[in-house]
Design a protein around this ligand. Sequence first.
Ligand code: AMP
Ligand code: ZN
Ligand code: FE
Ligand code: FE
Length: 305
Amino acid sequence: MRYCDLHTHSTASDGTTPPAELPALARRAGLSAVALTDHDTTAGLVQCAHACEEQGIQFVPGIEVSADPGPAPPPPPPETAEDDVAHDAEQRRGTLHILGLFIRHDDSQIAQVEHRMRDARDSRNPAIVDKLNELGVDISYDDVLDLARRQGAAIVGRPHIAQVMLDRGHVATLREAFERYIGQNGSAYVRRDRLPARDAISAIHHAGGLAIMAHPIQTGLSDPGQLEQLVVQLKDLGLNGIETRHSDHSPHLAEQYELIASQLNMLTSGGSDFHGDRKDVVLGGQRVPLEVYERLHNAWQKRDT
Ligand code: AMP
Ligand code: ZN
Ligand code: FE
Ligand code: FE
């Protein structure tokens, strides 16, 4: 059996493996194809492509964009008014990440997306550090920027902030940094401006890529009907497929997502969301069959976007 991993991060965003070193790890993990899908940046793609060639494995140039799904679809008729409120709260809390696969790394619209997201991060990250300081966690934003720069990152994310908190002894683990402070339920959480899903999908298409909903579980829509509604809404905007296998998905959930994709005649993808040492996730750990890559590759070659 041959395998692929179509969702990974490098030091160009918030992973700990340099993009030039990822392909050797991928080959050692028994993979025949790997995608690099750094958050909001294509900075690692050229290096990773060269290294994949050297290792003799297929490369999928990608990106992962944090998006806003747009207005929530009307909820199914609630049984009580409370259900309605719960649904809206869930919608607001959830995360929508869109993967672009097979993108051109030097596309003008993707460059604009990278620019917008960098601006959003530039205003959010210092606000997180300010909140941390108010809570008595004494770190400076310069330290965060220094760390990101030393790692060669093109974007600065919460994992970099968490790393500085850990290095300075404010928390015992990265997990604690997220749970107590900078995760969605933490006391120093600041929401970031996200790109409208429509813009994310159209930039991915402009770059010649396929747009795939990443880890549907993170939308917070546990009801398959509600998730399907969101997928339909995004399909109308051009979404091409769903990431069914992911480290956050149980086999049961993966099956549920496969069913939604087949009912809507959409593509499926799968990957680990490898972040190097920053996450307890193994490269290639999802054992995604190479056919998943091949189906995507065929669809991409035949695409009319
Ligand atoms: P940002 O892009 O700055 O919002 O940071 C998001 C990244 O932080 C994700 O891609 C993960 O790598 C990491 N992350 C988010 N939540 C957690 C968590 N609860 N524990 C550990 N890492 C997390
Ligand atoms: Zn990440
Ligand atoms: Fe993600
Ligand atoms: Fe990811």
